[in-house]
Structures are given as structure tokens and as C-alpha cells.
Design a protein around this ligand. Sequence first.
Ligand code: PNS
Length: 161
Amino acid sequence: MSGLAVYPGSFDPPTLGHLSLVDQGLTLFDRLVVAVARNSAKASLFTAEERVTILREALAGYDRVEVDSFEGLLVSYARDRGATAILRGLRGTSDFEYEFQMALVNRHLEPGLQSVYLMTDYRWLYLSSTIVKEVAAHGADIGDMVPPAAARALAEKFRKV
Ligand code: PNS
């Protein structure tokens, strides 16, 4: 595989699991666009701008990776960016139903765009942005779950509230 893939998500906040998937994706694709969804159905802790800033710091030095945000349909954004694939991670069967549905809807909307799923590294199987937020909200250390930029942003967010 080669070319450009879009790796979309809420990234609220990005975790080490997300960064690990970027590393995996770069073994298959020439370039990746990590794309923060602005209008995700989920309520987010961080604004899209904050999530983009965290990701840009975490991925500084990755010259084949761009961080962007998008609004509206993922397939329209991916088409506009000239992507040939959508990259997503799978942690286990609990992710599967939703991801399968999303991949089929996206294929229906844009048949030329392939969805590529990579298995999350076993070290991050238990991780999710939701779990990280919950742990951080209770003041526990999440330094080994998220990149430093996200740890700082979480500490700041929960100091304020
Ligand atoms: O990290 P997430 O929350 O699992 O990411 C989900 C995301 C943002 C990739 C998905 O909700 C999405 O693609 N949203 C954009 C709107 C869209 O295209 N919906 C149709 C496909 S489900």
C-alpha cells in the first residue's frame, strides 16, 4: 500500500494508542492526515482546536504526518484531500460492530475509498480516551497513557473545573 490515508477520530484527548496506530500506519502509507472530527456526535472535553494543538505537539517531527480537522462527512473530507484510504484501529470485538457499520456506510457513500483497520498494539488494548478522562478527572497519573501535551492539557482542564 502507498499514497495518502486519513486517520480520523475524536482524539478527545489523543492517547498513546492513537500514536502507536500512526506508527503502524506509516509502515503502509506514504503520508497520513490525522483528522480531528469537529462535529462528532459525542460531547467533547477539548475543543477541536485544543485537540489539533495536542496532536501537533505529539506528532512534531513526523514529517510524513499532517494534523488537520474536518467538519461534515468523513468521506467528503477524505476525497477532497485525495486520500485512497481511511485508517482506523481495532482494539477488540467491542469495537468491531461500530467499525464494521462505519466502514460499510463509508463504502456505500464513496466506493473508491478503502477502510483499512490495524490491530492496536497489545500494550494499549485497555486504553480509550474515555477511560483516560475518567482517571485524570480523579487526579490519578495518566502520564503513561497519553503524550505529554495531552497530560498537561488534562491537568489544566481538571484544575479549572
Ligand atoms: O474517535 P471516534 O469518536 O471513534 O471517531 C469517529 C469518527 C469521527 C471517525 C466518525 O464519527 C466520523 O467519521 N464522523 C464524521 C461524520 C461521518 O462521516 N459519519 C458517517 C460515518 S459513521
